[in-house]
Design a protein around this ligand. Structure first.
Ligand code: ACO
Length: 333
């Protein structure tokens, strides 16, 4: 049994935040942000909007894009670092609000690699015969965990959600087929990207410093690790599935930094024009980054049915992941 992607939906919050707006309250500038990251704008949720709200909207659009009804889905795999609550998981609420019935629903915590981890799990469940159709969602509302005083993270992250529908397929060459996935981690570097307090290691108390409740990242160290692990993971996957780098039509890397995307294409020896860049518009949307980039590129008419698409991501944990698909005959919504 194979799995194939048959639908794609996305959701961005309505509030557009420009670099100029951020420079009003932080010691930063549009010039620094654009030259160091490639980001020109991002979208943030309004107070009261949660990750699940974005995930439900993206899920609805993915179902519509796939032409499926809620009862056709039997698993929801939701990747997020910003669940609605520390407990319980957000996926069951999303499944319930989408009217999917008593389906299996679980969260995946792999930070910016989360969407590809979730895609790999959905694919594996289908290939193993545990599920026929899986809704894979990457959704994050990073603006809710950013330190308002930390210019190094506040300018980088945006909010959003993207969802794909994977379904069982017995036609190996069908456009949309997931060719395979590769996943990895290195917990020795767990401190490079983290929220110090709020878990069992450092529960939040009345004495917790406010900075410890927010997301922190050692950007320069992470940069080097990101390029290395994404290229190694992608190369391992390509070796497994027998694709040459020259045969890749589109490289869809996690949108963490435009300079990382350029370096990644160089390491993989893929022409930089084949790398999809969406970070200028939406910033780093963590688990939503890859499906948002897929939808944006498809919306620009860059993808043709059957094109070879290599996706690779990197994030806190550290974690990394790659997956390869051929482009399906779909209209992302
Ligand atoms: N505006 C102006 N100056 C800034 C800003 C800002 N917004 N942020 C940092 N600076 C300053 C720093 O204070 C530093 O100043 P100093 O030299 O006086 O100390 C200087 O700019 C350089 O800082 P660096 O952190 O070294 O800047 P760098 O060029 O590395 O860019 C960035 C930072 C954009 C974060 C980059 O390191 C990066 O993209 N890292 C990788 C991020 C990534 O891949 N993350 C993984 C996925 S995300 C996840 O999993 C959640």
């Amino acid at each position: 049994m194979h799995s194939a992607m048959i639908g794609l939906g996305t959701c961005l919050p309505s509030r557009l935040v420009t670099n100029a707006e951020l420079a009003e309250g932080l010691d930063t500038s549009d010039e620094w942000i654009v030259s160091r990251t490639g980001i020109r704008s991002r979208y943030w949720v309004e107070p009261g909007t949660a990750t699940s709200d974005l995930a439900v909207e993206a899920g609805l659009r993915a179902l519509k894009s796939a032409g499926l009804a809620p009862e056709d889905i039997d698993v929801v795999a939701l990747a997020t670092t910003t669940p609605d609550h520390p407990c319980p998981a957000t996926a069951p609420d999303v499944a319930s609000r989408l009217g999917l019935g008593p389906v299996a629903a679980y969260d995946i915590a792999a930070v910016c690699s989360g969407f590809l981890y979730a895609l790999a799990m959905g694919h594996a469940q289908i290939v193993a015969g545990q599920a026929r159709t899986v809704l894979v969602i990457g959704a994050d509302a990073y603006s809710t965990i950013l330190n308002p005083d930390d210019r190094a993270t506040r300018v980088i992250f945006g909010d959003g959600a993207g969802a794909v529908v994977l379904t069982a397929s017995d036609v190996p060459g069908r456009p949309g087929t997931v060719l395979g996935a590769h996943l990895g981690s290195d917990g020795a570097h767990k401190d490079l990207i983290r929220i110090p307090a709020g878990g069992s290691r450092q529960p939040v108390t009345a004495d917790t410093a406010s900075a410890d409740r927010y997301f922190v990242m050692e950007g320069t160290k992470v940069f080097r690790q990101a390029v290395r692990h994404m290229s190694e993971s992608a190369t391992t996957l390509l070796g497994r599935i027998g694709w040459q780098t020259g045969e890749i039509d589109h490289l869809v890397g996690h949108q963490a930094n435009a300079r990382i995307l350029g370096a990644l294409a160089g390491h993989l020896d893929i022409p930089v024009e084949r790398a999809v860049v969406d970070i200028d518009r939406v910033g780093n949307t963590s688990a939503a980054s890859i499906p948002l980039a897929l939808a944006h590129a498809a919306g620009q008419g860059r993808f043709t049915r059957g094109d070879r698409v290599l996706m690779t991501a990197f994030g806190g944990g550290l974690t990394w992941a790659s997956a390869a698909i051929t482009w399906p005959d779909i209209t992302p919504l």
